[in-house]
Design a protein around this ligand. Structure first.
Ligand code: ADP
Ligand code: MG
Length: 579
């Protein structure tokens, strides 16, 4: 073949391949244009997942009548003019190719009016062919309609998923943009149903409405500054850590991006507070002079390159770590000069508490034990009870102390209970499905595309676990029944299902069903088990020890942490000089 220059239509179609691969990426480009035009209201409408119609309307600045043709021409933009502008981009768009690319693979209608014009102007692009412009009646702002998407690129059309899946992706895109632009109203409608409606509000309220208002009490506000870079955001406490990193939202100068360095800085700040396999929940907003960050490094503009990556890393890490330490999640024993009698002097946080377990061993307890009168009993004080040989003592609401023939046993209550439940559940599973309990009112939970997909493909597994749930919309799931064990232990069903689907969706579990089941049961046991800080009744104590003797199989919980330690008589005798 000879070398030839490609025709413009083909060039635009090739560019479209990088920029617009599905309805969600088209919506992203169009909404970004609306935001760049300084609007306060954006309406997005879909028909059949965007296959038949995508319409984005805004009340922004509009386009001058004599520029409307340029708007749909490739490499034509109002956002940059010369080379220097490229190194300090303050707008979301800058390449001038979105409208041209979209118009090359669909039938696009662009209608726009500026506030000082009496009427609007319209242009159509059909598979890359531009119509004449013509005046139309229009309100101030811009509307773009995209129909017959990919009609001339059938291969691309084939890659589209179900309408529901495409709709969910659009929803994810709008949520990402809406996180940064809290003072803009966003409405998403699909087949006449309103899926999202975010009125103008404060930053914090906007984020909570996106991540889930149920997390309100669990999100800590962070704020920091370094070398002209500012950071603001909400970070979830260790107890709302998730099995995947996708609940980490990062925004730089209003742009939603993914950035492995920022994610790493955040995760490092949680070191020791969450299990290594889990990820924090967070929405972070980094603002800096546009010249300090290169946004022209990714076709869909979803990554950036920082001039000074280290400063950003440290800012995120230090800001998050200091907020976490203020909130006392840090698992450190700090000896104080005044010793244990100083109530403010030190914090005593067990490693159990480090892993999102509520409650820490109480300081007052330590205090009162230390000061218990040992020799000098006042007459009215009752004499301490002499305990029998199978007595058990709960220490600091965290450990159990008892004895066996060989010495003193020290048991971690959470680890043991987790182990007991794991064994019981595995045994039940070997005989059939887990016992399940119907909910009086189905639990409706918000779900994203990956979670819905995981629900669809794991029906078998979920049934075995006693979970009954089904999609109840393009972005929600109804839960009808949950494993009895979780219900009876007051585990939050919505959180559990979401985490389970996240983990299933990101292939966290083994591919063999057998192994996957045991991994899930492991996760369930951990959630349902009593925690450090739970006060146990004598009945619960003796039940737990009885079960320990039944399972008997040794001293470690499913995670591999020990459940029990023994201080042998031989050791004690030696230490006390008896031998
Ligand atoms: P870019 O956003 O990279 O400049 P686009 O192809 O997305 O390229 O848009 C081309 C131009 O059309 C923009 O630079 C802008 O001037 C104009 N434009 C597009 N959409 C809108 C809108 N919603 N409101 C106002 N102007 C718009
Ligand atoms: Mg654009």
């Amino acid at each position: 073949m000879t070398i030839q220059k490609l025709p413009t239509i083909l060039i635009n179609q090739i560019a479209a391949g990088e920029v617009v691969d599905r309805p969600a990426s088209i919506v992203k480009e169009l909404v970004e244009n609306s935001l760049d035009a300084g609007c306060t209201h954006i309406d997005v409408l879909l028909e059949h997942g965007g296959r038949d119609l995508i319409r984005v309307s805004d009340n922004g600045s509009g386009i001058a009548p004599d520029e409307i043709e340029l708007a749909v021409t490739s490499h034509a933009t109002s956002k940059i003019q010369e080379e220097a502008d490229l190194s300090a981009i303050a707008s979301l768009g800058f390449r001038g190719e979105a409208l041209a690319s979209i118009g090359s693979v669909s039938h696009l209608v662009l209608k726009s009016r500026q506030s000082n014009d009496a009427s609007g102007m319209q242009i159509e692009v059909d598979g890359g062919l531009m119509s004449e412009t013509k005046p139309v009646a229009a309100s101030v702002g811009t509307t773009v309609e995209v129909r017959r998407l990919f009609f001339n690129t059938p291969a691309r059309r084939k890659f589209l998923k179900s309408d529901g899946a495409e709709t969910t992706r659009v929803r994810d895109v709008i949520q990402k943009l809406a996180s940064s632009y809290h003072d803009v109203t966003f409405v998403l409608t699909s087949n006449d149903r309103v899926l999202l409606d975010y009125p103008k509000t404060t930053s914090k309220e906007r984020i909570l409405s996106i991540v889930g208002t149920e997390l309100d009490g669990e999100m800590l506000e962070i704020e920091g500054k370094a070398d002209g870079i500012t950071l603001w955001g909400l970070v979830g406490t260790p107890s709302v850590a998730r099995p995947t990193s996708k609940h980490i939202r990062v925004h730089v100068n209003g742009r939603s991006i993914s950035d492995s360095s920022i994610t790493h800085a955040l995760k490092e700040a949680f070191r020791g507070l969450i299990e290594p396999k889990r990820w924090p929940t967070a929405a972070l907003f980094v603002e800096m002079d546009p010249s300090l960050v290169d946004v022209n490094v990714h076709p869909q503009k979803s990554e950036v390159r920082f001039r000074n990556k280290d400063v950003v890393w440290r800012l995120v890490n230090k800001t998050v770590a200091s907020v976490l330490s203020e909130n006392d999640f840090v698992p450190a024993y700090q000896p104080s000069v005044h010793g244990l009698s100083n109530q403010d002097g030190g914090s005593f946080t067990g490693s159990q508490a480090a892993f999102g377990v509520t409650g820490t061993p109480s300081f007052e307890r330590v205090h009162s034990i230390r000061n218990a009168p040992v020799i000098d009993f006042p007459m009215e004080t009752p004499l301490p009870t002499i305990l029998g040989s199978d007595a058990v003592l709960q220490v600091h609401k965290c450990f159990l102390v008892t004895q066996d023939e060989q010495g003193i046993l020290i048991i971690d209550q959470h680890a043991l209970h987790e182990r007991v439940m794991f064994e019981e559940l595995m045994q039940r599973l070997s005989k059939g499905n887990l016992e399940s309990q119907r909910l009086l009112v189905p639990d409706a939970i918000v779900a994203d595309s990956a979670q819905l997909e995981a629900l669809e493909t794991n029906g078998n597994l979920l049934e075995k676990l006693g979970i009954e749930a089904s999609a109840s919309g393009p972005a929600s799931i109804s839960v009808y029944a949950l494993p009895t064990l979780l219900v009876s232990r007051n585990v939050n069903g919505a959180t559990f299902i979401r985490e389970l689907l996240d983990a299933l969706g990101s292939n966290e579990f083994s591919s063999s069903e057998e192994e996957a089941l045991s991994e899930i049961v492991d996760m369930m046991s951990c959630k349902a088990a009593i925690k450090a800080g739970d006060q146990l009744t004598p009945r619960e104590l003796s039940d737990l020890l009885k079960k320990r003797r039944e399972i008997e199989r040794g001293g470690s919980c499913p995670h591999g942490r020990p459940t029990t330690m023994r201080l042998s008589l031989a050791e004690l005798e030696q230490r006390f000089g008896r031998r």
